[in-house]
Design a protein around this ligand. Structure first.
Ligand SMILES: Nc1ncnc2c1ncn2[C@@H]1O[C@H](COP(=O)(O)OP(=O)(O)OP(=O)(O)O)[C@@H](O)[C@H]1O
Length: 508
């Protein structure tokens, strides 16, 4: 079933303070480890209660970028060329657009006063329902550095109780509440892509544990391998069995402590890596005749933010990280671009476009989320400050393009492995019966009885009743097999029908 990638845009509250003027370029915290929420006092430090440092006013009449409705963002263009860009629907171009306005439309737009719970209930809950119905799902946060991706995803602090809790803790809480009383297996993993290397955040570094900042060489490097369908999979990440949201949050908290972060002029604790949290779930469905199971994967992706080297005032490691981050995001932009615009052939026919997934680890890992078997939501975080105008407009354009991507998401229904064994046994039995029938036919026991041989009377006496008995057994087994197969088919059909359209709001 084709589903469109959904896009939500969140405008972060205005920063009350100017971008950090700390000497990020001269004394960066070298690959700082994210703490457990402690914030240092003083100029430029991360607020202990983040919301308290930001204006909660929605909208800003004099600003160039504003949320106009629950689906629309209005941008006053600074240049003529901007009005010609995809995603604008005034369309008539600058000459007919004296107000120089562009409007971008999305599935959800949240202004700066939007709270975490409102974002969760309108944009995220439908995806959680899809996941529980057997669909692979991905939510990824995109945007410039400091625009609020980590805050929105909830990879800042792992608690599902606080008002400021983000998407991940809230989703985990809902998922495990829904699974209560069901038979399932759930596994959690957490990785990061840092400078084009993939690390396991749930496996402690193999050496140097005394150091506050393990060197990349001591950490567990993971590899990517393509499956038979050409989809890259991360190999070797620790998958921990989990049975409650509290367990997941404790694990994620541990993983976050080793995520690569660092201070830049734009963000006191800037994520220097793309973090991917994956929850894999197998739900066993109850059925008296044939058991099936739903298997689904939920990827939560907190991307590192794009940054302008001059603005983020980075040097050394921070600068190298920034370049690597930008390269990964550039590749992501190219993939979004290719998927949103199918190439047109010579006769005007649409042709499959080459999609450059292989350009970066990030795009390889996100391959199935973009154009594959997944229900995907891109949460684009922007700042409406005029000083962030060009970065925000660029994010808005990417977001508008991403909305054109069509995925083919299907509910992953499988025969329970235990039922598979029954099916194998029945197939074996069937094959044995067929062989027996063939053997008897070859001996003439099941064919027409040959007339008037010397032993014909004896043959009729002994073979015919045996044949009847064998036929009875064979047909009884055969009917039993057919009955089980037909029950299984109708059950599978019913399960498919019930999970194909669980979310009415999903784009198609
Ligand atoms: N909607 C919001 N309400 C309150 N505080 C916010 C909001 N969005 C972001 N913040 C605060 O702004 C700061 C920067 O946000 P955050 O770290 O989430 O940005 P980011 O996009 O993840 O940046 P980077 O890409 O550099 O990691 C944090 O202190 C965060 O708590």
């Amino acid at each position: 079933m084709h589903t469109r990638v959904q896009v939500a845009v969140r405008i972060r509250p205005a920063r009350e303070q100017q971008p950090l003027t700390s000497s990020a370029s001269t004394s960066p915290t070298s690959r700082a480890r994210r703490g457990s929420g402690n914030s240092q006092a003083g100029n430029g430090s991360r607020p202990s209660s983040a919301a308290s440092n930001y204006s909660s006013l929605g909208g800003g009449a004099g600003r160039l970028i504003n949320a106009e409705s629950a689906n629309t963002i209005r941008v006053v263009s600074k240049s003529e060329s901007m009005l010609q860009q995809p995603g604008t629907f005034l369309g008539a171009g600058a000459a007919n657009n004296p107000d120089r306005l562009a409007r971008y439309q999305y599935d959800h737009v949240f202004n700066e006063s939007a709270q975490q719970d409102a974002i969760y209930s309108s944009a995220i809950q439908p995806i959680v329902e899809s996941f529980l119905s057997g669909f692979n799902c991905t939510i990824f946060a995109y945007g410039q550095t400091g625009s609020g991706k980590t805050y929105t995803m909830g990879t800042e602090a792992m608690s599902s109780e606080e008002d400021s809790a983000g998407i991940i803790p809230r989703a985990l809480k809902d998922i495990f509440a829904s699974l209560n009383g069901k038979t399932y297996e759930a596994n959690l993993s957490m990785i990061e892509i840092y400078n084009e290397d993939i690390y396991d955040l749930l496996r402690p570094a193999s050496s140097g544990s005394g150091s506050s900042s393990p060197s990349p060489a001591s950490r567990n490097l993971l590899t990517l391998r393509e499956d038979s369908a050409g989809i890259a999979k991360v190999v070797g990440a620790v998958e921990t069995i989990v049975s409650s949201s509290e367990e997941c949050l404790a694990l994620l908290q541990r993983g976050l402590a080793t995520r690569s972060t660092g201070m830049t002029a734009m963000n006191q604790r800037s994520s220097r890596s793309h973090a991917i949290v994956t929850l894999s779930l197998i739900q066993h469905l109850d059925n008296s005749t044939v058991a099936t199971c739903l298997s689904s994967r939920f990827h939560f992706v907190d991307l590192a933010g794009s940054e302008r080297v001059n603005k983020s005032a980075t040097t050394g490691d921070r600068r190298r990280e920034g370049i690597s981050i930008n390269q990964g995001l550039l590749a992501l932009g190219q993939v979004i671009h290719a998927l949103s615009e199918p190439a047109t052939g010579q006769q005007g026919t649409q042709q499959p476009q080459h999609v450059p997934y292989r350009e970066s680890k990030l795009t390889r890992v996100l391959q199935s989320a973009l154009g594959g078997n997944s229900r995907t939501l891109m949460v684009t975080c922007i700042s409406a400050d005029d000083s962030d105008y060009s970065e925000s407009v660029s994010s808005l354009r990417y977001a508008a393009r991403a909305r054109a991507i069509r995925n083919s998401a299907v509910a992953n229904i499988q025969i329970d492995p235990a039922v598979d064994q029954v099916a194998v046994a029945l197939a074996k039995e069937n094959a044995e019966l067929k062989a027996l029938v063939a053997q008897l036919q070859a001996q003439g026991a099941l064919g027409a009885v040959k007339p008037d041989t010397a032993d014909s009377a004896k043959t009729r006496e002994t073979v015919v009743p045996a044949r009847v008995r064998l036929e009875d057994t064979f047909f009884a087994d055969y009917e039993r097999l057919c009955d089980r197969v037909s029950k299984f088919r109708s059950h599978l059909g019913a399960v498919r029908a019930s999970v194909q359209t669980p979310v009415t709001a999903w784009g198609s």
